[in-house]
Write a protein that binds this ligand. Structure first.
Ligand SMILES: Nc1ncnc2c1ncn2[C@@H]1O[C@H](COP(=O)(O)OP(=O)(O)OP(=O)(O)O)[C@@H](O)[C@H]1O
Ligand SMILES: [Mg+2]
Length: 341
């Protein structure tokens, strides 16, 4: 049954933060809200959780209407069938690990508290820490406590708000994989807020790309990465090169080119150093960064600066020939104010 959000509007004063968005999340599906800072991701999540009261719209969780402006329905957060994990973990330092996780069960006056808390702690690998004071935990362990607390009452829906951003890179990758495994095991509908494109691409069944309180594109990771609808989406979902087409004839076999100014979008790993592709360019290496196994080059091609990933070694200042296949290049209309400039 998942989540249904329809025509959601949230304003602060006269500023519209969420501009009539609609989306659905299927049962057991993990959907990311991806977009730059301030685009309204957290606000959307807080509306689903009941921590904000929208001005207009309709929200149903697992078949239960929790908000409906036209019917005057607003269900309190504690009566919504959700578990939530915040960026800051929000665990209580004066409580033990066990009591932190038990909290949602206590306020619901649920039974079998001991059994259910221990099962949740086992799922996040913290059973041995049950009597530990929460102050004696690392950041990663605190995050696991927060996850155990979110799942302990077997909610229909899990809401994550940038849960990994306070962890170091290695722990972040590990926890990301664990969250996905846990979400699959529990088969729980999940909304995952992030501004990290790698996180969204690797975790999600679908991604909703947001800008200024609206959804610009939704689709599978492969769809939004491979066929973005505009330069904004192309830029948000991954590293992208934009080649302004002053001379469209320069590009071969790309098919129809829109009228008016446009750009060719090519991912850095689809550009090859050397000749051979459908299209060839000549450029000068401005910068070379060694990333372990391969380099990231910044190459000046006319007025454009292209990012290229390659294991081929070329020195800074040298000229190089770049080529790419027509199939790896997407022509997009040039937006009035380029988001990527
Ligand atoms: N309580 C509030 N009062 C007024 N404006 C607010 C309030 N909360 C959020 N906003 C504004 O709403 C907009 C959206 O905020 P929101 O926190 O949803 O963004 P976000 O996409 O989660 O960004 P980030 O990636 O930085 O967390 C921002 O412009 C923010 O300043
Ligand atoms: Mg946020």
């Amino acid at each position: 049954m998942g989540i249904v959000v329809r025509d959601l509007v949230k304003r602060y004063g006269d500023k519209t933060i969420i501009d009539r968005i609609s989306f659905e999340i299927g049962e057991g599906e993990l959907v990311s809200l991806l977009g730059p800072s301030g685009c309204g991701k957290t606000t959307t999540l807080r509306c689903i959780a009941g921590l904000e009261t929208p001005e207009e719209g309709f929200i149903a969780i697992d078949g239960t209407v929790v908000f409906d402006s036209s019917a005057g329905i607003m269900i309190e957060p504690y009566h919504r069938d959700i578990g939530m994990v915040f960026q800051s973990y929000a665990i209580w330092p004066h409580l033990t690990v066990f009591e932190n996780v038990a909290f949602p069960l206590r306020i619901r006056r649920d039974r079998d508290v001991d059994k259910r808390v221990m099962r949740a702690l086992e799922m996040v690998g913290l059973a041995a820490f049950r009597d530990r004071s929460s102050q004696q935990l690392s950041g990663g362990q605190q995050q696991r406590v927060a996850v155990a607390r979110a799942i302990v009452h077997a909610p229909a829906v899990l809401l994550f708000d940038e849960p990994l951003s306070n962890l170091d890179a290695k722990l972040r990758d590990q926890t990301r994989a664990e969250i996905r495994k846990l979400q699959r095991e529990l088969n729980v509908s999940t909304v995952y807020v992030t501004h990290d494109q790698a996180e969204a691409l690797s975790l999600s069944d679908r991604i909703l790309v947001m800008r200024d309180g609206a959804i610009r594109q939704q689709g599978t990771p492969v769809q939004v990465y491979g066929t973005p609808v505009d330069t904004f989406v192309a830029d948000v979902v991954g590293p992208a090169n934009f080649l302004p087409l002053t001379d469209a004839a320069q590009l071969r076999s790309v098919g129809p080119v829109p009228s008016g100014p446009c750009v060719a979008m090519i991912r850095p790993d689809r550009i090859v150093i050397g000749s051979g592709g459908d299209n060839q360019l000549s450029g000068t290496v401005r910068q070379r960064l060694y990333l372990g196994g391969h380099y990231e080059y910044l190459v000046a091609v006319g007025p454009a600066l292209l990012r290229v990933l390659s294991s081929v070694t070329v020195a800074e200042g040298e000229t190089m020939t770049l080529s790419f296949a027509a199939a790896d290049c997407i022509i997009l209309a040039q937006e009035e104010t380029p988001t990527w400039a």
